[in-house]
Design a protein around this ligand. Sequence first.
Ligand SMILES: [Zn+2]
Ligand SMILES: [Zn+2]
Length: 146
Amino acid sequence: VTRATTDAHQLAGERLRAIDQRYTASRRALVEALARAARPVSVPELQRAVPTATSSLYRNLGVLEEGGVVVRVATMGDTGCYELSEDLAGHHHHLLCSGCGAVEDVVVPEAVERSLDRALGPIARRAGYALEHHRLDLIGRCRTCR
Ligand SMILES: [Zn+2]
Ligand SMILES: [Zn+2]
C-alpha cells in the first residue's frame, strides 16, 4: 500500500464521517480498487474487483459520491465510470476513444495547465465568473482502434 493510498483512505474516512456515514470494508475496497486502477473504472469492472450485490454496490458508490470521495465520469458510451475525486487523486484529464469508448487518465504538463488557466480565466470573467478550475477531455482513437 503506497503512501498516496493511505492518504486517500484517511481522507475518504473523514469525508464519510462528515456526512454521518461509516467507512465500511466494502467502501474501503472500492476506494482501493479505484486507487489501484489509476483510470476511470466501469461499474461491471468494479463489481468484479469488489464482489457485492449490485444494489449495495450502487448504494456504496452513491454514498462515496455524496461524500466527495468518488466522481462519476462521463464516457463516450452510455456506461458510466467512476474515479477518485481530484481531492484524492490529483488534477488530471481524460483521454476518450471515439471508437471503443476506452477512457484513461492523462496528466497535462504543469506549464500547459498554467497557460490553459491564463487563457480560460478572462473568458470566464467576461461571462461574470471567477474561474476555479477546468475540465478538459481529449477525444481520439486509441492504439487498438487506429
Ligand atoms: Zn478504442
Ligand atoms: Zn487541467
